[in-house]
Design a protein around this ligand. Structure first.
Ligand code: CA
Length: 232
């Protein structure tokens, strides 16, 4: 079944353009011209992704995202004319999964939507309890627990989110920005650099020698990756 995208944009012309590109990409599309309408449709039509413009006539997009988050964990992609770091952070704090700065190419938009929906599907398909590196690391995503060399480790929600994101595809490099996108409920004291401090804390808890990390590897100029193979 085609995934459903709810397009929330008050400019009719842009709304139509978005609709036609998303439909051509195979999505079922619903549209809303205001925040109130968007909130209604999110609860009644249960879309898979909400494409949310930040500038709406009635309710600011950030507030719409917050309202949606009270009732749903639907994917939210924000459209913004503002591009400052503070705006992006506010968007993530409001519960957005990703953002796109206007002007954007329709092709870029479709790629972004596909990526977010794939991510959600990958998370849903994953087993509840997974083992890595011959049992060195075990992640129980239902109980949100991690075990390292057989012992439970106490992780903050952010450390847990980072580890869990890296474990989605062991060996794959995740950029700092991508890790931020994946970690919901991230407390944004800053931006990408804050990921480094969370990784540092995470390593202190999971590595034998945090100065020579064997589990969470740094990829120069790239980001981080899980340096263990998935077992089984
Ligand atoms: Ca608008």
């Amino acid at each position: 079944m085609a995934a459903t995208v709810l397009v929330v944009e008050d400019e009719a012309k842009l709304r139509d353009v978005l609709r036609s590109y998303l439909e051509r990409a195979g999505y079922a599309v619903l549209t809303a011209g205001s925040g109130a309408e968007a909130l209604d449709l999110t609860t009644t039509a249960a879309p898979d992704l909400v494409l949310l413009d930040l500038r709406l006539p009635d309710i600011p997009g950030e507030a719409v995202a917050q309202e949606i988050r009270q009732v749903s964990d639907v994917a939210i992609l924000m459209l913004t004319a503002k591009a400052g770091e503070d705006d992006r952070i506010r968007g993530f704090e409001a519960g957005a999964d990703d953002y796109l700065t206007k002007p954007f190419s329709p092709r870029e938009l479709v790629l972004r939507v596909q990526a977010i929906l794939r991510r959600g599907q990958a998370a849903a398909d994953r087993k509840v309890r997974e083992s890595f590196g011959g049992g060195e690391l075990v992640i129980d995503s239902e109980r949100r627990e991690a075990f390292v060399r057989g012992a439970p480790v106490e992780l903050t929600p952010t450390e847990w989110g980072v580890l869990n994101a890296l474990a989605t595809t062991p060996g794959r490099v995740y950029s700092r920005a991508e890790l931020i996108n994946r970690v919901r409920g991230y407390e944004f004291e800053g931006y990408e650099r804050t990921v480094d401090s969370h990784v540092k804390n995470l390593r202190r808890k999971v590595e034998r020698d945090p100065h020579h990390p064997a589990i969470v590897a740094t990829v120069l100029g790239g980001g981080y990756r899980l340096n263990l193979r998935r077992d089984g």
